[in-house]
Design a protein around this ligand. Structure first.
Ligand code: 5GP
Length: 345
């Protein structure tokens, strides 16, 4: 047993210090970034905020709404080939360029990915997603996928430490998804005691990835646009959102009504709800590591998108960053013991 005494920080432990700025207006801030990738020859340009590959969030409808803003969606892995055909044959190229096909490490999943990418070659991204990216089996799977898809951008995760970021990049991933336990409907930290505060995970994993020419996605734990800004400030290249995009017209999950108020069902992909839906229940040897919640219905996701982008533009003006790319360089975090005033919340 060993204890690391360095303090690890989450979004709630810091604020971004304002700095002198020459920007006159939020409209002067450019949130698009252009990335080239470690293993593939693809160039991607857009706003690097993405919907999570959860069946309540990473839907085709969300992809259409985010794609209009050049934002990204990791489409969940539970659509059938027929549903993909129906969507992709009508989707304009801009939407297809801004999405990833998701897969676990199972054979059926990877066969489906192959079929989708063969039928729709303008899709450039594969998201290989497992709850625990530390297993040797996962690394071998990433290697195999790199061999089978040499020209696609491979996202792999989730991990929270630099050495595993390096291992996955060496195995053939271009972008590493970072986050264990911070998610809004995640119970991993409660059920297992395992996790890593998200801001420190971002800072440490980005350092490892950038040193090798890779990128990272901060996945999970953002509750507000300010948290997204902190993730970018901490060096995340992309930020993935689940809960912040749940509960909308375009999100998945049933719409229910209680006492005249509308709610949408939102659940973790390792929750009992998800396992009942997709794999016929929770296997006896495992525990569910996700919650099921009812979130107030929020209407069109467009309003939420505008709110998020407006918030991040404002962060940039507070620190004098005319482009999102400059935000990390211009970020000084201060450690704090308070956040917002909650008197009216
Ligand atoms: P959020 O933005 O809602 O805070 O976090 C979204 C992320 O939570 C997802 O992208 C995924 O990494 C993670 N997640 C989704 N479902 C589950 C689950 O059932 N269990 C755990 N441990 N994590 C989940």
């Amino acid at each position: 047993m060993r204890i690391e005494n360095d303090l690890k920080l989450g979004f709630k432990d810091v604020m971004i210090r304002p700095k002198r700025s020459t920007l006159k207006s939020r409209s002067q801030v450019n949130l698009e970034r252009e990335f080239t990738f470690l293993h593939s020859n693809i160039v991607w340009k857009g706003i690097p905020i993405m919907a999570a590959n959860m069946d309540t969030v990473g839907t085709f409808e969300i992809a259409k709404a985010l794609g209009k803003h050049n934002m990204f969606t990791a489409i969940h892995k539970h659509y059938t080939i027929e549903e993909w055909r129906d969507f992709a044959s009508k989707a304009d190229e801009k939407i297809l360029r801004n999405l990833a096909v998701s897969t676990g490490t199972g054979k059926n999943d990877s066969n489906k990915v192959k079929q989708i990418l063969t039928e729709f070659p303008s899709i450039n991204f594969i998201c290989i997603d497992v709850a625990n990216g530390y297993s040797e089996h996962f690394v071998n799977f990433v290697q195999k996928m790199r061999k089978n898809h040499p020209n696609k951008v491979i996202i792999a995760g989730n991990v929270v430490t630099g050495e595993m970021v390096e291992e996955l990049l060496l195995a053939g991933a271009d972008i590493i998804k970072v986050g264990i336990g911070p998610g809004s409907v995640c119970t991993t930290r409660v059920k297992t005691g395992v996790g890593y505060p998200q801001l420190s995970a971002i800072i440490e994993c980005a350092d490892a990835a950038h040193g090798m020419g890779g990128q990272i996605i901060s996945d999970g734990g953002c509750k507000t646009p300010g948290d997204i800004a902190k993730a970018f400030g901490g060096s995340a290249d992309f930020v993935m959102l689940g809960g912040m995009l749940a509960g909308h017209k375009e999100s998945g999950g049933n719409l229910i009504e209680k006492d005249g108020k509308k709610y949408k069902i939102f659940y973790g992909m390792s929750s009992e709800t998800a396992m009942n839906k997709h794999v016929g229940g929770v296997a006896e040897y495992r525990a569910s590591e996700g919650k099921t919640v009812e979130v107030p219905y929020r209407g069109k996701v467009e309003d939420t998108i505008i709110d998020i982008l407006g918030g991040i533009r404002s962060t940039c003006t507070y620190v004098g960053a005319s482009r999102l790319k400059e935000l990390t360089k211009r970020t000084t975090f201060i450690r704090v013991q308070e956040q917002e005033n909650q008197i009216y919340s």
